[in-house]
Design a protein around this ligand. Structure first.
Ligand code: SF4
Ligand code: SF4
Length: 67
């Protein structure tokens, strides 16, 4: 048995991110983690609640389509 392919996360952090950290503090599931100088959404933890999208001051978090 191989590894299960990673599910795409319901949200993605785009290059518009200013690194303010508001989304990290807001996410109730701690699904947003620093990854080098960028942020990564951990798909296995993200529930798609979209609280991060609402709190981001620069609309840097996109909601994936087709879900
Ligand atoms: S959608 Fe909700 S669970 Fe997913 S990263 Fe944003 S705040 Fe966290
Ligand atoms: S709230 Fe928006 S600008 Fe701030 S760290 Fe998160 S994605 Fe980046």
């Amino acid at each position: 048995m191989g590894l299960t392919p990673a599910e795409p996360a319901p949200v993605t952090v785009t290059g518009r991110c200013q690194g303010c950290g508001a989304c990290l503090l807001t996410c109730p599931h701690h699904a947003i983690r620093p990854h080098g100088l960028a942020l990564r959404i951990r798909a296995e933890l993200c529930t798609g609640c979209l609280e991060c999208v609402e709190v981001c001051p620069v609309d840097a978090i996109d909601v994936a389509t087709g879900r």
